[in-house]
Design a protein around this ligand. Sequence first.
Ligand code: 3SL
Length: 244
Amino acid sequence: MKLFIYHTPEATPSNSLPDCAVVIDVLRATTTIATALNAGAEAVQAFSDIDLLMAKSDQWPPEKRLRAGERGGKKVEGFDLGNSPLNCTTDVVNQKRLFLTTTNGTRALQRVQQADTVITAAQINRQAVVNYLLEKQPEIIWLVGSGWQGTYSVEDTACAGAIVDSLLQQASVSLLEIAGNDEVIGALSLYHQWQDNLLSVFRQCSHGQRLLNLDCDADIEYCSRTDIMDIVPIQKEPGVLVKG
Ligand code: 3SL
């Protein structure tokens, strides 16, 4: 097993693909995806483009679909939901397909959607993802952060570091054996620095600040919880994630 971390979709190589891509957007897309599937959503179909989302969701029975997503953190006008994981309760999403568009997370998903296996990770389902990787043992794994419009995001790197930390603790391998690039070492160090106070760093980072300005502190608090959900969202066809 060799791990490579890429901080943004833009930093991800375009001339190769891993055996398994793990897409991370802790604030908030992959937290929302895990929460929706855990609450009984039939699937989450991700789009970076709003027009495409409208065209595809129009073909779905209205009573079985929800249009969800944000631009600049705010709910897209006319949509049923924004991108708050806290709105994805069972009474809202059960047996429905979430047609989801977000600024960065859905772009990251699109970037690696041709990989053999694509799963999503957030802090809330970190251990479930680690268990999946330990069971399946993919040879080459990419942990792909979503960042913010092409720039680095500390919360995605902290989550990638949390995954590396747990893998090292459970598999009998050294960092030297598992690290495919220096970003893996950097992410692990970052996680070690903040592991007991993720909420604090999530509130201080630029996207946390953006969300605080939108009164989304409850979302930040929820997104900072660790291992509260035993679910692995997995891509069953390009852009469509289901409960694994
Ligand atoms: O960029 C994204 O994919 C979103 O998760 C951003 S937000 O947290 O909904 O603003």
